[in-house]
Design a protein around this ligand. Structure first.
Ligand SMILES: NC(=O)c1ccc[n+]([C@@H]2O[C@H](COP(=O)([O-])OP(=O)(O)OC[C@H]3O[C@@H](n4cnc5c(N)ncnc54)[C@H](OP(=O)(O)O)[C@@H]3O)[C@@H](O)[C@H]2O)c1
Length: 297
């Protein structure tokens, strides 16, 4: 493998940080491009080049990728705000990055999306992810698209939210808690990004990334309760109630629950049968239950 220069958009995020660290360990030179690149990991010190770039600004994106051998888009927007919507970040922003990346023939683009991206989803977030993938494919046919399931790992928001929920005297379920999820360790996805950059055969392909096991939501809560030594009753709560709570929370500046989150919990989110994934990238992913204690420390 020849060491290369990689621009990581969203390199200060939960996944982005792990991608940057993995690439540095592998000997690549890394540029971190976000609106606030100084928010990166202090341990990187001067080993990364911070670049201020908003993916909604094509000129800033072009500057950030100039001279790079590979580009990773790990930008996320989960909650819309005035002047900041899914379309501008996940569709237009994704297109800006892809158009800038394809200017140089040999440059590899790794676009991070999510399992189940679909234009027919009831969730505006999921529909935007699907249109973003489409825009990326149109601009850069050789892009590698990675679709992870829900991410977990130390300092994540998934396990820490569930840990907070299991402190309640009664633990509410989304519906009957039967929705199937495919949690994937953040470091396994970071390794997949590295392989996608380094393996030429990944060009133009889409990989769905789920961990070693799938779990129903209630099973995940049972795992968290066991790992934290708590005993609680799991209480089914109809989705209509969750939608009402999300509608009430929508007027808060930083809502703890959104309509899109509730919609996401109504549908299974697991790797499809026959989809290319970790196996094709030569990675054995970790299992959620087996790695949970590491996230709780
Ligand atoms: N977390 C999950 O469970 C999960 C599951 C499936 C897929 N994914 C996907 O994985 C990727 C990373 O997610 P994450 O959870 O790690 O995200 P995150 O922690 O919220 O980080 C988002 C990153 O994007 C940057 N960013 C946001 N808006 C930007 C803009 N307009 N221009 C440039 N940078 C911008 C942020 O930095 P600034 O705010 O400083 O700009 C930050 O570095 C996303 O594609 C997400 O959809 C995540």
């Amino acid at each position: 493998m020849v060491a290369s220069t990689v621009t990581v958009f969203g390199g200060t995020g939960f996944l982005g940080r792990r991608i940057v660290s993995t690439l540095l360990e592998a000997g690549h030179a890394v540029r971190v491009a976000t609106r606030n690149p100084e928010r990166g990991n202090p341990a990187w010190a001067d080993r990364v080049e911070p670049i201020t770039a908003d993916v909604r600004d094509p000129a800033a994106v072009a500057r950030a990728v100039e001279g790079a051998d590979a580009v990773v888009n790990a930008v996320a927007l989960y909650v819309e705000a005035p002047g900041l919507d899914f379309e501008s970040v996940h569709v237009e922003g994704a297109r800006n990055v892809a158009e800038a990346a394809q200017v140089q023939d040999e440059r590899k683009l790794i676009h991070i999306s999510g399992i189940g991206a679909s234009e027919s989803s009831p969730s505006a977030y999921v529909r935007a992810r699907a249109r973003g993938e489409h825009a990326v494919r149109e601009a850069c046919g050789n892009a590698v698209i990675l679709q992870p399931g829900v991410l977990f790992g130390p300092n994540d928001s998934f396990v820490s939210t569930l840990t907070a929920v299991t402190r309640l005297p009664l633990v509410p379920l989304f519906g009957w808690g039967e929705t199937r999820l495919h949690p994937v360790h953040v470091d396994d996805v970071a390794s997949a990004v590295r392989r996608a950059i380094e393996y030429p055969a990944t060009a133009g392909r889409t990989f769905e990334l789920g961990g070693a096991g799938t779990y129903r939501y209630r099973e995940i809560l049972v795992q968290v309760l066991a790992a934290t030594g708590r005993r609680r009753l799991l209480v089914p709560v109809p989705f209509a109630v969750w939608h009402l709570l999300a509608a009430m929370a929508a007027c808060l500046p930083s809502p703890p629950l959104t309509r899109d989150q509730v919609l996401l919990m109504r549908q299974d989110n697991v790797v499809g049968l026959g989809a290319a994934g970790f196996a094709e990238l030569g990675i054995t992913p970790r299992d959620f239950a087996a790695t949970l204690s590491e996230c709780l420390r």
